[in-house]
Write a protein of this length. Sequence first.
Length: 349
Amino acid sequence: MSQQSMGASATFTELLKRVKDEGLLDLDPRYYAGRLALNTALLVGGLVAFFLIGDSWWQLLVALWMGLCGGQSGFMWHDAGHKAMFRNKKAASAVGYLHANLVNGVSYGWWVNHHNKHHSNPNHLSLDPDIGRRTAIFHVKQYATRRRVQRFIVRHQAVLFFVLLVLEAFKMQKTAVRSIAAGNSKRPVLEAGLILARAAVYLTCVFMVLSPLLAVCFILVQQMSMGVYIGLLFAPNHKGMEVRDGEAETLDWLERQVLTSRNIRPSWYVDFLYGGLNYQVEHHLFPAMPQKNLPRARELTRAYCAERGLPYHEVGFWASYREVASYLHEVSEPIRRGRLDRAGHPTGA
């Protein structure tokens, strides 16, 4: 990278001032009241359809809908966790625990800790947990730690990375159980209680209304669709952007966030589907910014980066996934060509 490096305060402070001058970091409770109401309406609509349709294979469409609703609920706990919804910790936590633990069976406490580490060091091989917890590799040196089936997956990761997103919801739910059982939650009783309540109500409703085979299919479709949706939301944000390793930090805050993030060109439907995460650059620079202010922040950030000569990467919807797939294919190429020693390290050939 050959960017002109400036002091963190001198670089980011000026952009921050422009953003603050327009009030873009000010909270808007009315906006989030509307978002929470919409999210609730989507979930209730799915539940009403579920009970009205009854024991019919049309329920698989409801399962798909509820999977998408789960992803939309993710935006609620995401923004609450960043204090973009409420500054009050109790109010934010209430939204977070309800939407993560009760609606989706995910540990809100685990997620907040995990996600904050990601924001501090995006795309850092040893410090970003979003990179560390994946089977796919983002630098060939990671291959040495992969074993057996994982190595097969890495060889074909340009395709299998996306295929395996069907397991993303299951993995997050399994991580929730492990995290709480290991004592990593500040509120283990609350978190476990909400997850158990969700499981009891969910399974009771599904197996009482549907035949056993259809019930199993409903659960699989709902969970897999939610996993794919959540996975596709996060896949293009950083994958294929600059990857950093354990060297001393040389990037200031602005460079660290901009150079490792990719935006997806906005439109009304992209903004809705991504819940504002398509403005990934701005979200990483201003994580506590309400979702509705991200479009204006994008305009200010693009202009500022142009002034400073700092690359700002934004592409269309399909192009973003092509870039991710191409990058994963490129990283795994030495493995497919056998350019590794017996320990799995690159030979440099």
